[in-house]
Write a protein that binds this ligand. Structure first.
Ligand SMILES: *Cc1c(COP(=O)(O)O)cnc(C)c1O
Length: 371
């Protein structure tokens, strides 16, 4: 079976190094927020070209902590996308924020024209959580223009886009802060949960450090209601020693696979969304759109040829019961392109362990589907 995440091959590559790191942390006798976390934060920030990284327990917590660190308060409106992991909106909701959804563009990323309209219509929107979905970079020049025109505070959700660039500029460097996830399926995936807040602003980093640790500003001094959202030494050691040093090579292989799919797949019933040349994607996922109502049949066709696939995401966030029940959100417009993704998107396998033969099999299977 050609799988969507090949954790067995990952272990075959990194197992011995993981065990060595576990041994070192085990012997150290220090397991939460210590030297390993400090060192990983330093290396992550350096590799990103930002001065501060703060390790936390998950990508969702990274978004919540970043939003609270930049001053989002209960009742504040937050512009965001209806097509993402639910965690993006859940983090906003956990701050007491009110998500405002606008449609996506042809690539499935939040439509920056729709954002401008929303910001003109609702000047009380002060915060914005854009998502660099599928590993593609949003247009950072336009993001920066929106930030300046509307004096917005932006937290970039980079959970799927660590290392992606727009015209050479890394994602996560326009907003006041960026949030990343080390969930195992992500491009920089740990062997468990983890996340980080990145920022150029020392005061935001300092606030994030307080919030991740019970809101404790000094030992047993709690000035605000924080979280328990610490990165542990084991995950930090694995990330620093074993995973971060490999991520660029892994991305390179993902790009080769994406190129092969992009040039090889020829099927009028399966649309490969055009990608911007200026977006240097890291190809977290490889989305295609199936015409009409053929998604289940298409996925079954792939399955019969030994190919797993995914859907990102089959239900829009504002259609989720949890959010409906809360009643605390706004939708602007009809979200017609987002619905097109929710109904027809299929994610083809893309990861560093696909062989050339696997890639050819996927191209052939997609191309000979009869729709
Ligand atoms: C995975 C993901 C998250 C949440 O990260 P966790 O580590 O699972 O909490 C948030 N946003 C996006 C776009 C994601 O893909």
């Amino acid at each position: 079976m050609i799988v969507t995440n090949d954790f067995r091959s990952l272990w075959a590559e990194i197992g011995p190094e993981v065990l060595a790191a576990v041994e070192r942390v085990g012997r150290s006798g220090w397991y939460v927020l210590g030297r390993e976390v400090d060192e990983f934060e330093r290396r992550l920030a350096a590799s990103w070209g930002l001065p501060h990284a703060v390790g936390v327990a998950s990508g969702q917590d990274a978004i919540e902590i970043a939003l609270r660190s930049v001053g989002l308060r209960a009742g504040g409106k937050v512009l965001t996308t209806p097509l993402s992991a639910f965690a993006t909106t859940l983090a906003i909701a956990r701050c007491g924020g009110v998500p405002v959804f606008v449609d996506v563009d042809e690539r499935g990323l939040i439509d920056l024209d729709a954002c401008r309209e929303a910001l003109l219509a609702e000047p009380d929107i002060r915060h914005f959580v854009p998502v660099h979905l599928y590993g593609h970079a949003l247009d950072l020049d336009r993001l920066q223009a929106l930030q300046r025109s509307f004096a917005l505070t932006i937290v970039e959700d980079c959970a799927q886009a660590i290392g992606a660039r727009w015209r050479g500029r890394p994602v996560g460097t326009v907003g006041a802060a960026a949030a990343v996830s080390f969930y195992p399926t992500k491009n920089l995936g740990a062997l468990g949960d983890g996340g980080a807040v990145l920022t150029a602003e020392p005061s935001i980093a300092a606030r994030a450090r307080v919030l991740r640790h019970y809101g404790q500003s000094a030992t047993y001094v709690h000035d605000e209601l924080g979280l328990n959202s610490r990165l542990d030494e084991l995950q930090a050691a694995l990330l620093a020693d074993v995973l971060l040093p490999r991520v660029d090579a892994w991305t390179e292989r993902r790009r080769e696979v994406a190129r092969a799919y992009g040039t090889g797949i020829r099927n009028p019933a399966v649309k490969v969304p055009a990608v911007e040349a200026r977006s240097e994607s890291i190809w977290h996922l490889f989305p295609v759109l199936v015409e009409g109502s053929g998604r289940d049949r298409f996925r079954e066709h792939l399955r019969q040829r030994g190919i797993s696939s995914g859907e990102h995401y089959p239900r829009l966030i504002p259609d989720q019961k949890a959010l409906r029940d809360s009643g605390r959100f706004e939708v602007r417009g009809d979200l017609v392109r987002a619905r097109r993704y929710a109904e027809g998107e299929v994610s083809l396998p893309i990861h560093p362990y696909l062989s050339d033969d696997d890639v050819e099999r996927v191209v052939a299977a997609v191309s000979d589907w009869e729709g």
